[in-house]
Design a protein around this ligand. Sequence first.
Ligand code: BES
Ligand code: ZN
Length: 959
Amino acid sequence: MGKGYYVSTKVAICLGLAVIVIIVAVGLLAGLLPEKDQCDHKCDITTRAPIKSSTFEASTKPFPSTTTSEPSTPTPSQASYSYRLPPNVVPVHYNLELKPILDPETEGNYTFSGNVEILMNCEINTSTLFIHSHNLQYDDQISLFNAEGKELRITPKNDAKQQYLILELDDGNMESGESYTFKANFSGNLANDLSGFYRSEYVEDGKPKVMATSQMEPADARKAFPCFDEPEMKATFNVTLIHKCERVPLSNMPVSSSISITNDGWCATKFEQTPKMSTYLMAFIVSDFTFIEDNSTFLVRVFARKSEIKAGRAARALRVAKEVLDYFGTLFDFPYSLPKSDQIGIPDFAAGAMENWGLVTYRETALLYDKNESSESNKERVVSVIAHELTHQWFGDLVTIEWWSELWLNEGFATYFSYLGTNAVEPGWNFLQGFILDDFQRALLADSYSSSRPLSAPHESIVTPADMSSVFDDISYSKGGSILRMMNDILGNETFIKGLRTYVKELKYNNTNVHYLLGHLQEAVTDDVVKLPATVEEIFSNWTQQMGYPCVSINKSGIISQSHFLMNPTSNVTRISPHEYIWTIPIRWISSSTDETQTHWLRDKYNNMTIPQSDSWILLNAGAVGFYRVQYDDDLFSNLLTQLQLNHSVIPLENRAQLIDDTFNLATAGLMKIEDALDTTIYLVDESEYVPWQTAINNLGYINLMFSMSMSYGNLQTYMKKQIRKIYDDYHNFAVIPESHFDQYMQVSALSTACTYDIRECRTEAQKLFASMKNGSRENQIKANLRYIVYCNAIAAGGQAEWEFALEMYKKSSFSMEKAKILSALSCSKEPWILSRLLNYTLDESIIRKQDATKAIISVANNVVGQSLAWSFLKDQWNYIFQQYGIGAFSFSNLISGVTQRFSTSSELEELQDFKVNTPDFGSGTAAMDRAIEQTTTNIKWRKDNEERINIWLQDHIK
Ligand code: BES
Ligand code: ZN
């Protein structure tokens, strides 16, 4: 670069005018006025009213009352703008055209080309324009025009590391208050890398098919087109896709026109102008897909491969999407903002799903449901993922975070409201119970390490794309959701929803931070409805600004105290908290004589609570809504245990689960005895509910993990067989599926536990069913809920023949949910050489799709025989794996934690530390690596403190 980027002044003026004419023509209400009329005066498209100005208008923001949040962009005085954009110039409107080349004649050389015009406003004088651009090539057509259409002389530069295209003005400055237009032609690789504008491949009717699709969040829009790739830099977009006429082009908005542009079959499809939105929500797809639709209130469609649509697998998603959109429109008192909502299942997709405004993309397993081939949990996944992504259409798309450091305002909302949305669509499931298991306990676990982080991080702590990926973690999702659930509980439904409604109305088409949220909730509080001990901001800032959470201790005289709960109490907390690790804690409690829940606030280190002395038990954190753990003194604890064993049903289901989870974790932290924790599992012989049972299975699973290579394993196995026996007997018949949602889950857990701990009939039955499938010619007779258990146990018990058969099934099956079950089961083999083969297949995309590779490696590591193989594999293939997955969001941190989770010896710790020292970069897995080291340290200590005592306890309880 360097030469040839400017043209003569005369040409420039003509060009400039032409550019502006085009921008206006494209940008305006599809040419209602002749171009000439538009350009008779100063052509400033910044001032034109966007389409549907009444709905798309951005509002001014009245909050926050406390603006303690830092500016999200660096101040202009800062000399270097590493990765971030300076605030000097902001985008207003994009005209964007993209042309993916998908045709067979490219012979595998897939590319795309495009051109963009960005209308920008200058807010602070500058002689340098920074625009994000990553792996894009430019021809000599990069240019900058002022509002009069005069081309400015520039020298463009590329900063590959920080992903900038930098335009240095040769003469003078861009002036504050003026508008400018940037224009460029560019091209890029249409790679199969699952990010930016990329390609996905599949086979249809025996023929290979290629499609173009996109995944921008958090920082890959810049791989598809040069742009201001930060969430606060909202603008409107006019998108045009150039494609072969027989293909189906899709983008965020409905098609406004489509014309044939060549005589060899190319078409240009223009889409309506978007509202003001962030780049990370843009989507572009060109495919051979087809769709089903519901147009009863507005257009909702589900797109998928033709064969999937034909098989009827999109029907459920369509019904759910439509119902969820209606439900949220009413709940948030703000109807869905775009003219259409498309959902589309993509064969190659890195995450689970992505909330692109108006065009939500899904992994096929998260969208396409088959009533005979899908399990109950597949069914739940489809509903809850749709509800999650559609929550984002309000919380994320309409109201967007200022910066990634507060990602929880997107993902925490989507987590929490996915439960409410799912519950609205499937009221019979009692779905809200599941929050405890899937998010609350997960968050408490993740947040109990000294390497955790606060929900709202300082803006400047998130800078690089890998930093951005790293906040897609259990803190943003599960703690974010848990804190919102606690807010909802403290404020009550009416106040909570009232606050959210004004929040959405005020901030629509705009950006937010936590202070806006708390300000709106405060406004909604009316004293006669909610009694609070402090302002909403005071109560909640200590949950959002400091990492971790308290453990609340209580003794029988009612003295309560709080302290920061740490899984490893000797670990060093280096992070300083503005609240000194003290929380304002709402303590909801019940006791044997009170029917009604009482509330007590603990705001300091200690205080006193009056508890009825004559009651046989008292229980804190009723409903398990408060984000803390509870430690009882010996007397109070044994009262609860007695009650559990006498009649557990008087203790709410959530609390039965939470008693188990708290006690096990407190024992790991050395705050209770491991024997106490094990005691909470005695009553399970009489428990029939899934949520407490699964909590126990998860916690005992940790013992299993730690014992799996130790001589204590046998006693654990005998105890588990004894505890699960009754529920196994109730559900042992593989041909009979219970009615209710969670009973179905209970059956799956009971059978899988029974088979894992070797109740012999369970394994025999699994092998029998697998054999009859293998030997029979009929279609699969095994109930979808139980297929994984059958496949896994048969493969574990079998040899090469069983494994090869399953591998063939995997290759032959075209249904994503079935393939996923088989792939997980392939890792159940007990043969190291077979597991090595499976690991090697993760490097071969023709066998295991890249999107599934990390999960396959983790599954091998979950198998006790495969653990060390998977760890060696990760190290041996590090360069390849890092290059493929190293900056991606979940997969990489999951991989690191998954492969190391069983580490519990000092030699393993040393290996891990060596690996850390000798590896230059962990990308988005940096935090996961630190956490793995902390986890291994905890595991070592845990084994030392507990193994023998557990063994003695088990011996006493298996007689
Ligand atoms: N916004 C995310 C998708 C995403 C994740 C983009 C990470 C970039 C990096 C989306 O809303 C999401 O959270 N998807 C989840 C599924 C959800 C049901 C928890 C996912 O992909 O796992
Ligand atoms: Zn999400």
